[in-house]
Design a protein around this ligand. Sequence first.
Ligand code: GDP
Ligand code: ZN
Length: 292
Amino acid sequence: MQGKIVKGISGFYYVHVVESGIYECKAKGIFRQQKMKPLVGDDVEIDIISEEKKTGNVAAILPRKNALIRPAVANVDQALLIFAAASPNPNFNLLDRFLVMMGRQDVPVILCFNKCDLITEEQQQEIAAIYEASGCKILFVSAKKELGLKELQEILEGKTTTVAGPSGVGKSSLINLLAPEACMETGEISKKIERGRHTTRHAELIQLKGDGYIMDTPGFSSLYLPEMEKEELQDCYPEFAAFEPYCRFQGCSHINEPDCGVKEALSEGKIHPVRYENYCQLYGELKDRKKY
Ligand code: GDP
Ligand code: ZN
């Protein structure tokens, strides 16, 4: 039977089979045969030991589409990054760090600003303007007023999505709306969501109301940049690319060089200053890191 690992705790893997529910499995022979450790998110073949007790054995790990390091999860289609549009105000520097982290792992990001009930249409446009050329989908929702949820559900449908965001932005409120049945089915998950940020949590996939899974990623206050060269940072700022041909120097870092197309675009308002400032700050950080 085929299923998906939704949770792994001390040698046990919990495998969700769409037609028949969750099986508690061991993964005895896997390490020897495939030389890989099963990950949450893995699609696996299981042998049922007891249908009654819902136990089985993971017989094979199916080919992975990808495997993220942070969080450790396989077959991720996309990342949903949740910030509050206000209260607390979004931290764009933290947001960009997350985009770099996901960009380096080739995971597309959906930027979801919750609590849109607290801001005006105009403020919404100001936030959207920062990221409109970043390549991310941008979404404004309100868990409280239940706004924008249908669009969010459509984006998540049929996909495995890792969900991240700082605390206080309404992440739990949104997850509860998106996956209420999953919470009721497994008391453990809803308890976990209630306890919220006060506990360390295992990586775990939560079934959505519809088809698809989300993975709540705990811990998100300061993000270290991944291992990378400072020259690679501009790949995470796709809106710079169109202006690079106008830089005088090849390999221009767009920071101190004269006749820089990116800086010119910035002065003409074609690149958003928030993005450019973050770029400079992160670039400096990568540069300093290399000295050690
Ligand atoms: P988490 O820490 O990100 O999981 O956030 P919670 O879901 O616990 O919500 C934090 C606070 O924000 C709570 O007081 C919620 O009632 C409030 N909140 C959540 N969503 C919204 C929203 O859409 N609008 C407003 N105004 N408040 C919200
Ligand atoms: Zn330049």
